[in-house]
Design a protein around this ligand. Structure first.
Ligand code: ATP
Ligand code: MG
Length: 485
């Protein structure tokens, strides 16, 4: 156990706040996550103070404040240059009333004693306080649990999960981020109570899930989500890959492969989008598997099915549209063809049209995670170098309507039409043509060409972009036949 006499040094901004509270006749303590971080020797992300003063009284003591929430928290402006100290949250001691919906307390009551506030907190490691002299208040052996690297609820775990089911996910989040174990009775109660997560809003589940995937221990985190029965409430589709063998190119099941791809992306500190795309990239395999014998199993079209499944998961979790679209693209095109003997400039341009130049680097990262996560990385860096070379080579070729030598205004003027969907369709049709042959991207020729296109019906025009997809699919089809993927 950390010595009982140990004291912690607090920043002056925080010390000042506590001193002012005391001068006005109240108590004040630093509390919660920042105490945990301090004791772990980490820089706290933000500072929380708790007090027996009520919101109105806090506001009187600190006229420079922002007050706008239901928990009675007053954000005090300190004038500090330090971003983490510029606003310090001061919250009255609270005790939570009865919970009837496993989500929110029916009412929030202010309390008079620090003990009450500490005992309503979720975990022992989150339930410690420090006074202005740096003395630690630790009523639930939080320091001992920190030392033993344990996440343990304050009080009876089943009761605490029953009050607020979000704590189930917070348990996994803290265990993952801190690299801690979940204490035995807490773990047992957690497994028994996982179904209660159904009562929690998808947005809150998403936010915890993001923190787990962004952690450097994301791999351990995803395994823990599965072990505890929580993954069912986040992405049950991922579980379909558990125990699903692949074929002679793979030593891992679909589940092991996807989680190992996530592990690699995490080790490389790739972005959240790349991590999620790595985790989801083969999610469509169980539903597309054909052929039972090990050597012959195929997963034709798994990237198309998988992209759809990833979209469903992220829709459900209410990820922002832009964000999901990127992840979906990375999953959809993770199988891109890059054999130097066969890859052509037009096939790379088609890929760029589909994925967008800005996403190419990330697509290569997902492919790398796929390769390393397969457990038998083949030595192919030269193939990737070759692909990058072609990407560079075609990077000034037209791969989006914006890069055409004419624009919407030209089309409208030349054809004497008003703004409308047809203009976009014509531009896209031109794009489909110049992608196959960039030398056609000449202003005069395009101006000519739009007169021919003008005669086509919207359906016919729409078909031209589809040609790009068809060509991509034809190539994919050939590769599948060759490599059984
Ligand atoms: P982080 O570093 O991620 O901010 P944190 O410990 O500060 O971690 P917060 O979610 O900001 O976590 O919550 C602050 C504190 O409030 C926690 O340390 C804990 O004491 C308490 N707390 C937060 N959520 C709950 C909850 N659902 N049930 C009980 N106590 C909670
Ligand atoms: Mg916090």
């Amino acid at each position: 156990m950390v010595g009982a006499q140990q004291t912690m040094e607090l920043p002056n901004e925080v010390k000042n706040i506590i001193e002012k509270l005391e001068k006005a006749g109240y108590q004040g303590y630093v509390v919660g996550g920042c105490v945990r971080d301090l004791l772990l020797g980490k820089e706290p992300k933000d500072w929380d103070v708790t007090t027996n003063a009520k919101p109105r009284e806090i506001q009187n003591i600190f006229p420079e404040n922002i007050y706008e929430n239901v928990f009675g928290t007053v954000a005090v402006k300190t004038g500090s240059e330090d971003e983490t100290l510029a606003l310090v949250e001061v919250t009255p001691y609270r005790i939570e009333g009865k919970y009837t919906d496993k989500r929110h307390p029916d009412e929030i009551k202010f309390a008079n004693k620090l003990e009450d506030d500490l005992s309503r907190r979720d975990f022992t490691i989150n339930a410690m306080a420090i006074d202005k002299d740096g003395k630690i208040v630790d009523l639930f052996e939080g320091q001992k649990d920190l030392k033993n690297k344990l996440v343990r609820t304050v009080g009876n775990p089943a009761d605490r999960f029953g009050e607020d089911a979000l704590r189930l996910l917070r348990t996994v989040r803290f265990a993952t981020i801190l690299g801690f174990q979940i204490e035995e009775s807490t773990l047992k109660a957690l497994k028994a109570a996982s179904e209660w997560l159904a009562a929690i809003s998808k947005e809150r589940i998403r936010d915890e899930f993001i923190k787990i995937i962004e952690s450097e221990n994301a791999y351990e985190g995803i395994l823990l989500l599965e072990e505890t029965g929580i993954l069912k409430f986040i992405a049950p589709e991922l579980r379909e890959g558990i125990g699903v063998d692949q074929n002679l190119h793979h030593i891992y099941s679909v589940w092991e492969h996807c989680t190992r791809a996530l592990k690699y992306s995490t080790e490389k500190k790739y972005s959240l989008e790349v991590r999620l795309a790595s985790l989801f990239h083969d999610i469509g395999k169980p539903r597309t598997k054909r052929g039972e014998t090990h050597n012959e199993a195929t997963f034709y079209g798994h990237e198309v099915v998988g992209a759809r499944m990833a979209a469903e998961i992220m829709d459900r979790l209410k990820f922002p549209r832009d964000f999901s679209e990127k992840v979906i693209k990375l999953v959809r095109y993770h199988m891109f063809y890059y054999n130097p003997e066969e890859v052509t400039e037009s096939s790379v341009r088609r890929l760029l049209v589909r994925i967008g130049k800005e996403n190419v680097e990330d697509l290569l990262k997902v492919r790398e995670a796929d390769r390393i996560g397969s457990g038998r990385p083949k030595a192919v860096p030269y193939k990737l170098r070759h692909l990058k070379y072609i990407i560079d080579k075609v990077s000034d070729d037209p791969i989006s309507a914006k890069m055409l030598k004419i624009d919407g205004k030209d089309v409208m003027k030349e054809l004497g039409v008003e703004p409308g969907p047809k203009v976009g369709l014509i531009l896209n049709s031109l794009l489909a043509e110049v992608v196959e042959n960039p030398s056609k991207n000449v202003r005069e020729d395009l101006m000519q060409r739009i007169h021919d296109l003008d005669k086509k019906s919207p359906e016919e025009l729409r078909g031209s972009l589809k040609k790009i997809d068809d060509a991509i699919e034809r190539e994919e089809e050939e590769r599948r036949k060759k490599y059984y993927v």
